[in-house]
Design a protein around this ligand. Structure first.
Ligand code: GLC
Length: 718
């Protein structure tokens, strides 16, 4: 606290002979908010609600209210950047733990992993003195082409919601605010600043809002980030419908709406349509891009003069200030504030455990996997991805990691006795000399086993922000190499290092396929521990692996990426992911919820119990699961509900309403109980503008995936 602030505080307390309430960490937050608010001048209030640098806002220096510092965090805490630039400040103490991408966390289907992830990444943010962590990203995977699917948690609103809540609680247990993003409808990167989305209320409430409602209402995220897109022709960073009517109105949320960087475009809307804290605006009021134009922000000089002239009631300003004060008292000025930790062994262990729990065994014929190190003497590893760093992306997912164990590093450590031959095969850079395919095939004939590493880089048009994929195809001629390797060696596995669905034209010819995700610092250790069998894979897909785009509702029904006026109608409506697959009875390459194990599981005796009583009673669906193989393993049991359509125009065939991950030793049987709320049987009724449960016959369906259904039981709702 500055000397001036101390003097001021001293003088205040001398008068009243006690600590001012806003400084009393144990006083009720709302009293601290009101006390601070009435002490702030107009200038201090205005400064308080917009940026002073690329990632910070000023606080109130005179009162000793600290600055607000945000940090990107998609899979780790971003390095320090220069005051007013995106570029790194070249600090030497800010290299972080790189965690797996959130899509890998989703693939664990393990809420304890989500909590562990939030605690760990929150500790790193806290240690780096950031009090707003710009995540988690929870946008729904609507098209495999979206450049940021790797940062989000898949296609199903129930899975995303259920994994988001413990992550947020974990982060905020460090007294660091999450800023759940991007609210809302940011399901693509192409034309993200201009696309106006038109969508039914039913699809909005059933598919695209649930994760944000869970994040703000159930998990109590202390801030939220508006999206770049437009909804009903208003940018989501200042949107009457999403921010005032739904978020702050229907949901009664008391947190801070933070703009996406450069997402604020209209002063009047910024003042009245729910924006509380403006960051990243590139306007000097006249054009784009003048540096340090912070006084020219929409919530800056213009707002000050409008309040002074009485055109804008001071209460409009006060509501924004109250929300930011609330965030400060929950974080930087909170009681018993933890200290965090950085690049600790616990964080590496968390990153490894999440990766090992999220890696998905997609296919495994003739027990090609695991490749036991005692049997593999000559191993051929092919693919640039096995030796490529996955940290720099040139945008908000860019990380400076303390260390990164690459796939080939992991292989060398896991197969210490083997003679390992590595061939790049393909490369993103033109000046890399890559081997002829014939030479790779010749090597493959000589090896005991062959592993091809392929996938997508954090580059535009692949797994990156700002632009979508142009197609589902793997880049750099990877398919050609995989096709050539098919048949060259029966012990052949393909590992995908990627964060979104890609085309796999060779899927029927490759005996073993692993979805390896982007796993961060521990990637090599995680992937090789699954390949050797040290870890029995237990992840399951959080999205559908379409064979081609025609299998995806956004392309078959919707008009992705929108028309020439950048207007896009989500004609796929609620039929996103498996909901479309079910409706059209399609067989994708790999269905939502799919994931194999090195053992097998049997399911018996699906039954349902209903706690008697009121409308919000709970159901419990139970099933006996047996590990019928000879290795211990974990199984993700999924509960889907098929509800009556009644006279609705449409309804999904079934929807995920519960899941449980169970640990089973070889031969062991356990009863798995999956609770389900009565409210989760509801659809969103547009006329009522509310949720409604139809009477009739429902089916609780237990599946090992959305297409591998193992039993069902019907029940009546009167
Ligand atoms: C970016 C992203 C957002 C990120 C912010 C700050 O454009 O859309 O996710 O947190 O700007 O880097």
């Amino acid at each position: 606290m500055s000397v001036a602030a101390v003097m001021c505080v001293a003088s205040l307390s001398a008068q009243k002979n006690e600590l001012p309430i806003y400084l009393d960490e144990n006083a009720p937050i709302e009293e601290r908010v009101e006390d601070a608010l009435q002490r702030m001048t107009l200038d201090e209030k205005i400064a308080f609600i917009h940026a002073q640098s690329k990632f910070s806002a000023p606080g109130v220096p005179r009162l000793g209210i600290p600055e607000v510092w945000c940090t990107d965090s998609s899979h780790g805490i971003r390095e320090e950047v220069l005051w007013d630039k995106w570029s790194g400040a070249d600090w030497t103490n800010d290299a972080c733990t790189a965690f797996p991408g959130l899509v890998c966390l989703a693939a664990t289907w393990d809420t304890e992993m989500a909590s562990r992830y939030g605690v760990a990444i929150g500790e790193e943010a806290r240690y780096r003195n950031k009090n707003v962590l710009l995540g988690p990203g929870v946008n729904i995977y609507r098209t495999p082409l979206c450049g940021r699917n790797h940062e989000y948690m898949g296609e199903d609103p129930y899975l995303v919601s259920t994994m988001t809540v413990p992550y947020i609680k974990g982060v905020q247990s460090n007294h660091v605010a999450t800023c759940v993003k991007h609210f809302a409808l940011n399901n693509q990167e192409n034309r993200r600043h201009s696309t106006n989305v038109e969508i039914s209320d039913r699809a909005l409430y059933e598919i695209y809002l649930p994760a944000f409602k869970a994040a703000t209402v159930d998990a109590g995220s202390w801030s939220i980030m508006g999206a770049y897109m437009k909804y009903k022709n208003q940018h989501c960073c200042h949107n009457q419908y999403l921010l005032n009517d739904i978020l702050k109105g229907e949901w009664g949320w008391d947190g801070v709406v933070i703009s996406d960087w450069g997402g604020t475009h209209d002063t009047h809307q910024a003042i009245y349509n729910g924006l509380d804290l403006e960051f990243g605006t590139w306007t000097d009021g006249l054009s784009q891009g003048r540096k340090n134009a912070y006084d020219s922000y929409h919530l800056a000089d213009t707002l000050r003069s409008l309040v002074k002239s009485g055109d804008v009631p001071v209460e409009v300003l006060n509501d924004k200030v109250r929300r930011v004060l609330r965030l400060v008292f929950r974080t930087t000025m909170s009681a018993n504030r933890p200290y965090g930790s950085f690049v600790s062994p616990e964080h590496s262990a968390a990153a490894l455990a999440i990766a090992q729990g999220g890696i998905v065994l997609l296919k495994n014929e003739n027990k090609v996997l695991p490749m036991n190190p005692s049997k593999v003497k000559k191993l051929l590893v092919v693919g640039d991805v096995a030796t490529a760093s996955m940290m720099k992306s040139g945008s908000s997912t860019t990380l400076k990691a303390k260390y990164e164990i690459l796939p080939l590093d992991g292989i060398r450590a896991a197969y210490p006795e083997a003679e390992i031959t590595y061939m790049k095969g393909y490369s993103p850079s033109k000046n890399d000399k890559v081997e002829r395919v014939a030479d790779i095939v010749a090597e493959a004939h000589k090896a005991d086993a062959v592993i091809f590493f392929g996938g997508l880089y954090y580059r535009g048009g692949q797994d990156a922000e700002g632009v979508d994929r142009a197609s589902m195809e793997l880049p750099y001629g990877q398919d050609k190499i995989v096709e050539a390797l098919c048949g060259a060696n029966p012990n052949f596995a393909v590992v995908m290092v990627s964060g979104t669905g890609v085309a796999m034209p060779w899927k029927d010819k490759v005996p073993a396929i692993v979805q390896g995700w982007h796993c961060g610092s521990e990637a090599g250790t995680a992937i090789s521990s699954v390949l050797t069998g040290e870890v029995n894979p237990s992840g399951k897909l959080p999205y559908t692996y379409y064979t081609n785009l025609e299998q995806c509702g956004a392309h078959a029904l919707g008009d992705y990426p929108g028309d020439e006026k950048h207007h896009q109608v989500y004609r796929d409506d609620i039929f996103v992911g498996y909901r479309y697959i079910d409706r059209e009875d399609i067989t994708p390459n790999f269905p939502f919820g799919h994931g194999l194990s090195y053992t097998t599981f049997e399911y018996d005796n699906v039954r349902i119990n209903r706690a008697k009583g009121t409308a919000n009673s709970k159901f419990v669906v139970s099933v006996d699961v047996t590990n019928s193989g000879d290795v211990d393993g974990k199984e993700i049991v999924q509960l889907y509900v098929s509800a009556p359509k009644g006279d609705l125009p449409y309804r999904a065939v079934k929807e995920l309403k519960g899941f449980a991950k169970v640990d089973l030793k070889a031969g062991e049987t356990k009863t798995v109980n999956i609770p389900m709320d009565f409210s989760s049987l509801a659809y969103f009724d547009e006329q009522m503008h509310d949720w409604n449960v139809l009477p009739g016959t429902y089916k609780a369906i237990i599946g090992a995936s959305s297409q591998d259904l193992r039993g069902e039981v019907s029940f009546e709702i009167k």
